[in-house]
Design a binder for this molecule. Structure first.
Ligand code: MLT
Length: 254
């Protein structure tokens, strides 16, 4: 009989539920997913040598924290996809260039992504996943026995782009680690990925960008004037950085 090495479960939308909270608490590792755009920005910032990303749920909390730290960190994030008044950077990966972020600490608050990080706080380890670092996250999951994927969603609603990424990761973990799926959410995510991208030859950034345009998060960004960010967030495997929680309260990533 084959030994089961990895068990994988998925939350399609964060919600207060004791059973889900307990499952996250049991997980060795949670992968938080906000493809458009919070976790794509986190991957980009660390790829471009930011020192650390300190995540906060509320804007005021971010400002207070920034005023207490020396050297002064960059204030970063968005509300309703738009930059926050008085902040240094918004939530477009295009802003997180080496010139802007190398050797800087960032304080980061977003509408949905940083909430999902808080939601996953009981997991042993937290990683941030996006299409930019899909394979690198896959590598990091080797040897983990219990993995939980957390899709951030948008404003309390499920978003296909996060579920699609979860499906890509589920598929990778099944192929590579013979992962056993613990719930229908994981199965659903995998089915979505496989129906849109049935073979490895179909997986390319252009095609993915087209798919992202159809999603709730994609439509929000198109409406807010950030069409190019869909292309930026579809650059599969363009970075090897895997934002990893190194401290709690506030959750800090490196
Ligand atoms: C979020 O965390 O809510 C998103 O990243 C929103 C955005 O794309 O600006």
């Amino acid at each position: 009989m084959t030994e089961i090495k990895m068990r994988l479960s998925t939350t399609l939308l964060p919600r207060h539920d004791q059973a889900i909270s307990d499952r996250i608490g049991e997980a060795d590792v949670a992968v938080v997913i906000d493809v458009l755009r919070a976790t794509s920005v986190m991957c980009t910032a660390l790829h471009n040598r930011a020192n650390a990303i300190i995540t906060c749920r509320e804007v005021q909390q971010a400002r207070t924290l920034a005023s207490q730290l020396s050297p002064t960190p960059l204030l970063c994030g968005e509300r309703q996809c738009k930059p926050i008044s008085g902040f240094d950077l918004g939530n477009s990966p295009a802003e997180y260039t080496p010139d802007r972020v190398a050797n800087q600490s960032l304080i980061f608050t977003t509408t949905n992504g940083t909430r999902a990080i808080e939601f996953a706080e009981r997991a042993g380890e937290i990683l941030a996943g996006s299409f930019l670092n899909l394979s690198a996250v896959g590598d990091r999951l080797a040897d983990h026995h219990s993995v939980h994927l957390v899709c951030a969603g948008t404003d309390g609603e499920l978003t296909i782009e996060d579920v699609l990424f979860a499906g890509a990761l589920v598929s990778l973990c099944e192929t590579r680690y013979q992962a056993q799926l613990r719930d229908d959410a994981s199965l659903l995510a995998r089915q979505l990925w496989c129906s849109w991208f049935p073979s490895p030859e179909c997986v390319d950034p252009l095609r993915l960008t087209e798919r992202l345009r159809e999603t709730r998060g994609g439509k929000n960004l198109l409406h807010a004037g950030y069409a190019d960010d869909l292309t930026r967030c579809a650059r599969i495997d363009s970075v090897t950085s895997v934002p990893t929680r190194i401290a709690r309260s506030p959750a800090t990533f490196q």
